[in-house]
Design a binder for this molecule. Structure first.
Ligand SMILES: Cc1cc2nc3c(=O)[nH]c(=O)nc-3n(C[C@H](O)[C@H](O)[C@H](O)COP(=O)(O)OP(=O)(O)OC[C@H]3O[C@@H](n4cnc5c(N)ncnc54)[C@H](O)[C@@H]3O)c2cc1C
Length: 425
């Protein structure tokens, strides 16, 4: 394609997970011409699998070394709740996003001194947890030993958030698709870069039969685990990234209650439970926390057996023999982040700026921190770009990407009855 038919654009965002979509929205609000390019389905890395908890830092206060990490995240529950109730001053309109629960529950199983009772006194928390008497607890944790806390950390259905974020940026079909700012391309190879020393000079996008050449003033790599491959393709050092693997467990039954909470023993989150629904309306529990971290070393069948025993230990009131259709599954997934020296989670959303902000590499670190990431990306862009935006580009012929399916769709399930018989007596 001759250079003369190439269009100038302020910003190309690569990747349409929670990070890319929030950055897209923030850039549009800042008046920039921008396109977000997705090689597969929206959120098909981590975002659609996230447990959807908008952490306010409580979990981090469990570990003394992590206290400083709770500061940046402490404002997130109220920010997200505001956006969900229609406060577009601070970000995207999330009124159509589904809040599965306004809070999470914390309980413990150990009889030894626990730090749980102290958590309410931690200064870094904006939303103080409240101790709830047995009669007001969910039945499933009514008899839990010691204090049971209700924490103002809401939980969102991840697909509904991605949908709410994407909708304003998908072209209106009555006007043709040329006004879409969110487009699907033909896999990672549907994006072709021309770069010098990692600075992107030209991007060719191919989606279906459509093709466009863009001359970006800046590019953001917000592709989760895909950032590694993108950095390598640009001849840059991919070792600025890290992955932390998880082995998640799923429990599905039409008789399960919807429940969202963490079982905490000592300073560890033994199991984190969140609830969603499958396309047949059955409740699906996602089991994360230490169970998912230590589960990396277990094969799927062993992980299910272990998870079933864990559930029995932390929720003795849960009687799965009453859930005739109870079934288990597991899946593996990596958390993709910027590298830390310790290999632990970075404390905040991370942006690496190259070529004076013309190439940014972005990771939210947590789903909850996407708003902080988007603000950090806008701050890191070259000032002249933000001061003098270019007009929108024509992306006629490109289709918007679909939203990825929940991790519990299209899986193989093992009946709880078979797990019980496989478990050691
Ligand atoms: C199981 C699990 C549970 C979690 N639970 C929580 C939680 O409860 N609360 C919380 O705050 N955080 C949670 N997290 C962390 C959170 O999910 C992530 O921090 C966040 O979703 C990362 O978003 P992302 O947009 O950077 O990456 P991703 O969600 O991985 O999105 C990357 C996108 O880029 C696309 N892509 C990849 N390569 C390319 C390419 N070459 N070109 C174009 N597009 C590309 C992918 O298809 C995908 O759509 C959880 C993580 C996991 C794995």
């Amino acid at each position: 394609m001759p250079e003369s038919s190439a269009q100038s654009i302020d910003l190309v965002v690569v990747g349409g997970g929670i990070a890319g979509l929030w950055i897209l929205d923030a850039a549009v609000r800042a008046g920039l011409s921008v396109v977000c390019v997705e090689a597969s389905k929206l959120g098909s890395g981590q975002s659609v699998c996230a447990q959807g908890i908008i952490h306010g830092g409580l979990k981090y206060t469990l570990k003394e070394r992590d206290l400083s990490a709770s500061a940046p995240i402490s404002a997130m529950p109220s920010l997200w709740t505001g956006l969900a109730s229609g406060d577009p001053q601070n970000g995207p309109d999330l009124r159509t996003a589904v809040m599965s629960s306004p809070c999470t529950w914390l309980w413990r199983t150990d009889s030894l001194a626990s730090r749980l009772g102290m958590l309410g006194a931690k200064a870094a928390l904006q939303t103080r947890p409240t101790t709830v008497p047995p009669a007001e607890r969910p039945p499933i944790i009514r008899e839990a030993p010691g204090a049971v806390l209700q924490v103002g950390e809401p939980v969102f259905e991840t697909r509904s958030v991605l949908e709410a974020l994407a909708r304003p940026h998908v072209g209106d079909s009555s006007e043709g698709s040329g006004n879409s700012r969110l487009i699907a391309v033909n896999g990672p190879e549907g994006i072709e870069f021309t770069s010098q020393g990692g600075e992107v000079k030209r991007v060719i996008l191919r989606g279906g039969n459509a093709e466009v050449t863009l001359l970006p003033r800046a590019v953001v790599l917000a592709a989760g685990a895909g950032n590694e491959g993108l950095l390598s393709r640009l001849g840059l050092d991919a070792s600025i990234t890290q992955r932390r693997p998880l082995h998640m467990t799923l429990l599905r039954s039409s008789s399960l209650p919807e429940f969202h909470g963490h079982c905490v023993d000592g300073n560890r989150t033994r199991v984190t439970i969140t609830s969603g629904r499958d396309t047949d309306g059955r409740v699906v529990w996602q089991l994360g926390g230490d169970l998912a971290e230590t589960g990396v070393a277990r094969e799927s069948a062993a992980q299910v057996t272990f998870a079933a025993a864990e559930l029995q230990a932390i929720l003795p009131a849960l009687d799965l023999s009453n859930c005739s259709d109870a079934a288990w599954s597991t899946y593996r997934i990596d958390r993709a982040e910027s590298r830390t020296r310790s290999g632990f989670r970075p404390d905040d959303a991370q942006v690496v700026s190259l070529h004076e902000g013309r190439l940014l590499v972005a990771w939210p670190t947590k789903w909850a921190l996407a708003p902080r990431l988007a603000a950090a990306v806008l701050d890191a862009l070259p000032p002249e770009l933000v001061a003098h935006p270019t007009p929108p580009v024509d992306l006629a012929g490109f289709e918007p990407p679909e939203i990825a399916a929940y991790p519990w769709e299209n899986r193989t399930w093992i009946s709880h009855h078979d797990v019980r018989s496989a478990a050691p007596a």
